[in-house]
Design a protein around this ligand. Sequence first.
Ligand SMILES: [Zn+2]
Length: 282
Amino acid sequence: MRYLGNKDSILHEIEEIVKIKKLKKGKVFFDAFSGTASVGNHFKNKFKIIANDNLYLSFVYSYGKLNNPSTKFEKLGLNPFDYFNEPNVFLDGFVYKNYSPGGSNRMYFSEENVTGVVPKKTSRDQGNFYYQLLQKYGSKKCYICGNEIEETIVASHIHRITDIDNSTTMTEEEKNIAAIDSDNGFWLCANHDKMFENGLFYFLDDKLIISNDIKGLVDRTEKYVEKSISNIKDGILQKNIRALVYRMSDELVLKNFKIEPIHYTPKMHDYLEIHRHRVKGF
Ligand SMILES: [Zn+2]
């Protein structure tokens, strides 16, 4: 943890003083204002540490840091680093309002970083979103490629939760509805989830459109293939190779992929429009 006034940066100076004073191993070291115990922690293998701080947070933090060689988070049932780094939730809490440009003139934290400082829990019910997707699409399976490896499949929003949370035009009720609406999502594998989020593909009505970024790559590949097979004398072999390569690139660009009519609702259309506006600007 980094903290305002953290003493990490003056550790080497304290170390110098300890050396000059010739303090022997095994003596008592008094960390008078321990904060997050970075000083006590640094010297704990040399000296017996007495740490002091008036702030209860510092007491708990120092106690844990000085008494345990390492901290596992088994009982939490989640990885707290993943939790706090989760980009999909955003709360303009105390630190955001007082220590970031988002809510004050202060710039101790950037607006993005402060969301990793404030424990944030989205009020949107993601368990329910899973349930709604199960109802609409059935069990986890990438809507684009059919990948069924459960561990790689995510419940992907079309209108992103982070944008829903930050929306200034939606009411709180509209936000809650959009966050769990099965028309606002599908199961996607991790690859297609990222590609969709970054706009490498998007939808025009129910039709999947590949972004030019990928198309260029495929076109270049096809040109390269034509050049490579142009010397092959055996016409049938040449034709077969071409067919094989083109089938592979067809799969890559997912030509003529359409959302099934049973899934394509007017509401889904609206969400897809929001997505396309975000990634393509039109
Ligand atoms: Zn996929």
